[in-house]
Design a protein around this ligand. Structure first.
Ligand SMILES: N[C@@H](CCC[C@H](N)C(=O)O)C(=O)O
Length: 349
């Protein structure tokens, strides 16, 4: 998306008033994204928004303006899961509140995105901290597609080229994305968490506390579910008790998704993945995300799907997972119990 919003006196009233509601103060007063100037496509598609129409003529691009009251941002997407990225490297205080994030993410009255991501200084010895708000303003622990976008954003901000790797502190702990020479990003997503209490789910689980192929009644239908946390909660299903073997294209996601998300068995709500097995190394899924609804892709969801498929004996540990926005490569390594996700992350034009 070319989100260029040069506000002027002719700016439509609706846009001006929208901007006024989420203009973020600049604590240091300096230009935030000086590095935008390096990349011509950023200069076109990166945007800033202000509470007021500029009065004075200037030769500077609006991206380089120093006035406080501008929120500078860019958009990235990973397989169509799209995010507004904000340079927050000077502070652990996000420049945008959850309420403002809801407005910015609105696809009709705002910029439109599945979430807002902040690039913050590192904590606990990491290079950076990633914070994210969902489009409903809630704050998830982790975001797989988001961390790939985050890595590309950092590389652009820091003017880094070629293979690069960072340590990123997230609500799910340490995450390590590595930009590959082909521009894709491979992410060490850490270990999956299987204990019901930690996911969290009230489903009782087996003797180890894991919920694998358990029954969950949703709207009178008994689904078979496996629950996995990738830092954030996931409920994965391959079908109902009656019908094992979903045709995911036939699902009415906006009907069934919210019923899983808000089910009483998930005290922190849940992301839900509906999965079709194409082969033992090829899965197809649709996702209903907590706090964002139906999205085109979910990285943590794709990881959870492979873990669930392995635990249910449906797939190998290395799979291609097809999402509506495209494929991700996922591997759950036996040697170290870590999950590796590889996929694209692109600047939104
Ligand atoms: N799309 C993300 C997940 C974003 C967070 C999720 N909605 C939640 O609330 O847990 C991904 O790619 O992992």
């Amino acid at each position: 998306m070319a989100a260029s919003v040069p506000l002027s006196r002719s700016t439509p009233r609706s846009l001006t008033s929208f901007c006024s509601r989420f203009a973020a103060p600049s604590p240091h007063g300096g230009p935030r994204f000086v590095s935008f100037a390096r990349n011509p496509s950023w200069r076109r598609a990166a945007a800033s928004m202000s509470i007021e129409a500029p009065e004075k003529a200037t030769n500077l691009s609006f991206l380089d303006r120093k006035e406080s009251g501008f929120l500078h941002f860019v958009k990235y997407q990973g397989l169509g899961n799209d995010f507004i990225l904000v340079d927050n490297r000077d502070s652990l205080e996000p420049r945008v509140t959850p309420e403002q994030a809801v407005k910015i993410c609105d696809r009709n009255f705002g910029v439109g995105a599945d979430g807002v991501i902040f690039a913050m200084p590192g904590t606990n010895g990491t290079d950076y901290t990633m914070k994210i708000f969902n489009s409903d303003g809630s704050e998830p622990e982790m975001c797989g597609n988001g961390v790939r976008c985050f890595a590309r954003f950092i590389a652009e901000l820091e003017n880094l080229h070629g293979k690069q790797s960072f340590t990123v502190h997230t609500g799910a702990g340490l995450i390590v994305p590595e930009i590959q020479t082909d521009g894709k990003v491979k992410v060490d997503m850490g270990h999956p968490v299987l204990s019901a209490a930690d996911i969290p789910t009230k489903l009782s689980g087996n003797k180890d506390g894991a919920v694998i192929g358990d029954e969950l009644v949703v709207d009178g239908v008994a689904w078979k579910v496996t629950c996995v946390s990738m830092g954030n909660p996931h409920c994965v299903t391959f079908g109902t008790k009656q019908q094992d073997g979903l045709q995911v294209d036939d699902l009415h996601l906006s009907d069934i998704g919210p019923k899983f998300e808000h089910h009483e068995m998930f005290p922190s709500r849940t992301n839900t993945e509906f999965v079709q097995v194409i082969s033992r190394s090829h899965l197809k899924m649709r996702v209903w995300e907590r706090g964002a609804g139906a999205t085109l892709a979910c990285g943590t969801g794709a990881c959870a799907v492979v873990v669930a498929a392995v635990l249910e004996g449906r797939s190998e540990r290395k799979c291609v997972v097809d999402l509506p926005g495209g494929p991700l490569e996922i591997e759950w390594r036996e040697e170290d119990n870590r999950i590796y996700m590889t996929g694209p992350a692109e600047f939104s034009h």
